[in-house]
Write a protein that binds this ligand. Sequence first.
Ligand SMILES: [Zn+2]
Ligand SMILES: [Zn+2]
Length: 245
Amino acid sequence: MKLTVIGYWGGFPAPESATSCYLLEKNGFILMIDAGSGALSRLQKYKDVLDIDALILSHYHHDHVADIGVLQYALLVQSYVVGSKDILPIYAHTEDREGFEKLTHEYTEGVAYDSDGVLEIGPFSITFLKTKHPVPCYGMRITDGESVLVYTADTSYQDEWIEFSKEADLLITDCNFYAEQDGSQAGHMTSIDGASIAKEANVKELLLSHLPQYGDIQDLVTQAGTVFKGEIHLAQEGLTWQREK
Ligand SMILES: [Zn+2]
Ligand SMILES: [Zn+2]
C-alpha cells in the first residue's frame, strides 16, 4: 500500500498547505483519511476528486472535517460537468449525531463504523482504538493483508497505543507538541510521547504529523530520535511511503 500525505498541520493550515488528510492506495483503490482545512485544494495536485473511492474520519474537529462541505460541492459540480453519479461513502462514528448527519449529501453518504468491529473498505481492513481527546475520536490500524499502518489521529498519550501499534510497518502519530511541553490537557502528544509508543510497540518507521505552526519542526525529529531508533519521518505535503512485500 502507498500513503501520500496531503495535510499535516494541527488546528489550522499554515500558508499553502492543509490540516489532516492522507491518501492510502492499493491496487487502484484510494482511501482518503480525514478531510482537513485546505485538503481539497492540495489533494488536486495529486489526484482527481472523482478518483477517491472512500473517505474515513477519525473525529469531527474542524481540522479533520473542514473540507467535507466543499468536497460535497466538488462532487456535485462534477456530476454536471462529467456526468458522474457515484456516491462517495464517508465512514465515521456516530457519537456526534449532528456531525454524522452532515456527511450525507447528493453525492456523499455517511456510513457508520462500529469501533469494536473490523471495517472492510476495498482492500483495507481497519480496527479502531478510542483516543484520549476532548471529543470522541478513533485511531486506526489499517492493513492490506501484507503491511500495517497505524494512525493515532488526535490523542494524548495512553498505554493502549503500544498494544494497538504492535509491530506496525508505519506509525503516524499526533505530534502537536515539542518534548518540553505537556500535550495531555489539550488532547495531543509530544515528540517524545509518539517516539515512546514507536519504541515500545517495536514499529518499523515513525511519521510525526499534526504538527505545530511555531518553533522549528525539525526539532521534533531530533527529540523523537533520542527515544526511537528506527526511521523517523516528518510530515510534509506530498511525502509518500510505500510497502510492497
Ligand atoms: Zn486535529
Ligand atoms: Zn481533534
